[in-house]
Design a protein around this ligand. Structure first.
Ligand code: NAG
Ligand code: NAG
Ligand code: NAG
Ligand code: NAG
Ligand code: NAG
Length: 333
């Protein structure tokens, strides 16, 4: 998992249980706990596709990220690595190990994750709990349509999760083959030369190999998910972009859980405004409220609310693009 808010609809969901509303005045520890609790249910519900209604009414989905793992090939290789590191031959033997030994094996496996920036464990498609990838479930209408969504992303979500050594074409393509072991040569070529071509004059959104890899990881593993959600819910969602520089993965969290001035919050007013949006959304399914800058719905024009250091206002969503449409098809496995 890529940190504290990583799984699609799991790392950072604030949800409201139908029968037991959250204490909306306390956006602190309690909500964080509830977030975690609801996250697990939400992941189950979302990935469960047609398994019935979710046990809450709203979801605030922040920086939903994970490495898509649809093929059994990667799952099997992780499983075998785990057995090797644990020094056992099969699952039954692993089950007989002490908790301490299992934790150590887990620690070693995660610690040796490759490529740099990955962390080995991710939600996988198992055909049972998760019939297919979330993006495809959303694309094909297999989800709880009654849920109300507010989804947000930052700009450089992928920077800390990209391989800093991926500075040439070979390394860029190797990353794709490591992440998606069953990807075809044709799809590698499509990603490398059509979606994220090695063109560094700024015309395709980056000027360095680092920028290229960063955009690929950002969109594929994080930000496209917010666009998938918007389109699944007929654009009738409230999405935002947290753009306060450097806008890395997690930079919005101190604002979300703001509890007084801190070094990681550069504008306290912005933090309070964000909390008012979240609180209004929890209470009424609409973030708008008296005294707040208008928060538009996504709509056909794919508008997000830009939450920047000194300004708050509507802008076109930077992930409403052809690349995200392609990633959603799941052709990489
Ligand atoms: C979250 O789940 C834990 C374990 O089931 C429980 O002890 C805790 O009270 C729950 N917290 C909230 C806020 O729901
Ligand atoms: C697990 O431990 C039990 C109890 O010591 C033993 O009977 C069993 O054979 C072990 N199973 C494996 C697969 O090692
Ligand atoms: C590409 O980058 C990799 C990783 O740093 C390096 O091992 C390899 O030699 C580079 N290849 C070329 C052709 O520069
Ligand atoms: C955010 O504000 C900074 C200046 O503080 C500006 O350079 C940047 O372009 C803005 N980004 C967005 C997406 O609003
Ligand atoms: C903080 O954000 C608010 C809301 O956008 C803005 O009015 C204010 O000027 C910002 N303050 C600073 C010091 O940037």
């Amino acid at each position: 998992m890529l940190g504290s808010k990583v799984l699609l609809l799991a790392g950072s969901i604030l949800g409201v249980a139908a029968q037991a509303p959250l204490p909306v005045v306390d956006l602190g520890y309690e909500l964080h706990q509830a977030t975690f609790n609801v996250s697990r249910k939400c992941l189950q519900a979302e990935l469960g596709g047609l398994k019935g209604p979710v046990p809450f009414q709203q979801a605030i989905v922040q920086s939903p990220g994970f490495q898509m793992t649809p093929s059994a090939t990667l799952q099997e290789s992780i499983y075998n690595s785990f057995l090797t590191i644990a020094g056992v031959d099969n699952l039954d033997e692993a089950r007989n190990l002490s908790t301490q030994d299992l934790q150590l094996a887990n620690y070693k496996l995660v610690g040796s994750s490759y490529p740099y920036g990955s962390s080995t464990f991710n939600p996988v498609v198992d055909q049972a709990f998760a019939p297919t990838l979330p993006g495809q479930l959303l694309l094909h209408g297999q989800f709880d349509h009654s849920l109300r969504i507010m989804a947000g992303h930052n700009i450089l979500e992928g920077l800390e999760f990209m391989n800093p050594f991926a500075q040439n074409e070979t390394a860029f393509e190797d990353t794709l083959r490591l992440c998606f072991p069953t990807i075809t040569d044709a799809e590698v070529e499509y990603i490398s030369y059509t979606l994220y071509p090695p063109v560094f004059d700024g015309s395709v959104g980056y000027t360095t190999p680092t920028g290229r890899s960063e955009l690929m990881i950002t969109e594929a593993f994080f930000t496209c998910n917010t666009n998938f959600l918007a389109r699944a819910y007929d654009n009738n969602v409230f999405n935002y972009m947290f753009s306060v520089s450097p806008s890395l993965h997690g930079d919005d969290i101190p604002y979300t859980y703001y509890d007084g001035p801190s070094a990681s919050v550069k504008n306290d007013t912005l933090a309070v405004i964000m909390q008012e949006y979240f609180t209004n959304f929890v209470m009424t399914s609409n973030p708008n409220g008296a005294g707040l800058p208008a928060f538009p719905t996504y709509g056909a024009s794919a508008t997000v609310l830009d939450l920047n250091l000194t300004t708050i206002g509507p802008i076109p969503d930077n992930v409403a693009n052809e690349r995200c449409l392609w990633w959603q098809k799941g052709l990489y496995a």
